[in-house]
Design a protein around this ligand. Structure first.
Ligand code: IPE
Ligand code: IPE
Ligand code: MG
Length: 254
């Protein structure tokens, strides 16, 4: 799986000029932040920002697919976002249903395989139904992987991996002595996917907010003041161009 993702050739932008081909990240992860502030600035309720942000999800998936990005992870709801007012939480929980109702045909047409990371068992039943339906409809696709992080927290991901490993130890399938980074990694929600090469965060906040904290250990980080509902393909290409200029050393010397 990893070999397949890394091995696939990349393409330049459809407009051709703006992005040199090659050296594109295999895995881009995005912290889609700033919806509430976008709405506030327009005198609109916060949820209007979430609605506007949804169309950006469509735009970014299309762009990544056309650019040849093999894997895209989108932070949609964190384990800490339950602290928000119940009406906002409910609105956010209803968005996947609407999003996939309108987008599923195009996603299938593009061959996109949708995955979810995070504890989906704690989502309301209607959101869980959407999750199941979407998984089933895109299960046999072999194109870009799009991971939606829903009720996702990096710390919870690590705790979940340790518990899963502990169950294997208890049943005699594994031993604590053998536990290493690769084995823990294989029990995370992102098992089988390459680590994110590039993490993008919108809205001017310079933090990870519990997103992929294990997996992003060596990710390149790119921050912009642009609020998520104002994010465009041009901003994405700007981040990718910046990524192409970075020198990744992974602790070594180049
Ligand atoms: C990101 O936008 C969406 C979620 C966290 C669900 P916010 O809702 O956090 O927007 P701001 O940060 O308050 O502007
Ligand atoms: C991170 O944004 C979570 C998502 C984008 C889903 P938050 O708005 O929740 O992060 P903080 O609270 O500013 O760190
Ligand atoms: Mg925010």
């Amino acid at each position: 799986m990893l070999k397949w993702i890394l091995g696939k050739r990349t393409r330049t932008s459809d407009r051709g000029v703006s992005l040199p081909s090659g050296n594109l990240p295999a895995h881009v992860a995005i912290i889609m932040d700033g919806n509430g502030r976008w709405a506030n600035r327009r005198g609109l309720p916060r949820v209007a920002g979430h609605r506007a942000g949804m169309s950006k999800v469509r735009e970014v998936i299309r762009a990544c697919d056309e650019l040849g990005i093999r894997c895209l992870t989108l932070y949609a709801f964190s384990t800490e976002n339950w602290k928000r007012p119940p009406q906002e939480v409910e609105y956010l929980m209803r968005l996947p249903e609407e999003f996939f109702r309108t987008e599923i045909d195009e996603l299938v047409e593009r061959g996109v395989r949708v995955r979810f990371i995070g504890d989906t068992s704690q989502l309301p039943p209607y959101t869980q139904e959407t999750v199941q339906r979407t998984l089933e409809k895109t299960r046999d696709n072999h194109g870009m992987i799009v991971n939606f992080a829903l009720n996702y927290g990096g710390r919870a991901d690590i705790v979940g991996a340790v518990k899963a490993y502990a169950r294997e130890v208890a049943s005699g399938l594994a031993s604590w002595d053998e536990l290493d980074e690769a084995r823990l990694d294989a029990h995370l929600s992102t098992a089988g996917l390459p680590d994110p090469d590039l993490v993008i965060r919108t809205s001017g906040e310079i933090r990870l907010s519990n997103f992929l904290i294990w997996q992003a250990a060596y990710a390149e980080l790119w921050f912009t003041d642009v609020l998520w509902p104002d994010f465009t393909r041009e901003h994405l290409e700007q981040a990718l161009r910046d990524y192409q200029r970075r020198k990744r050393r992974f602790g070594g010397i180049k």
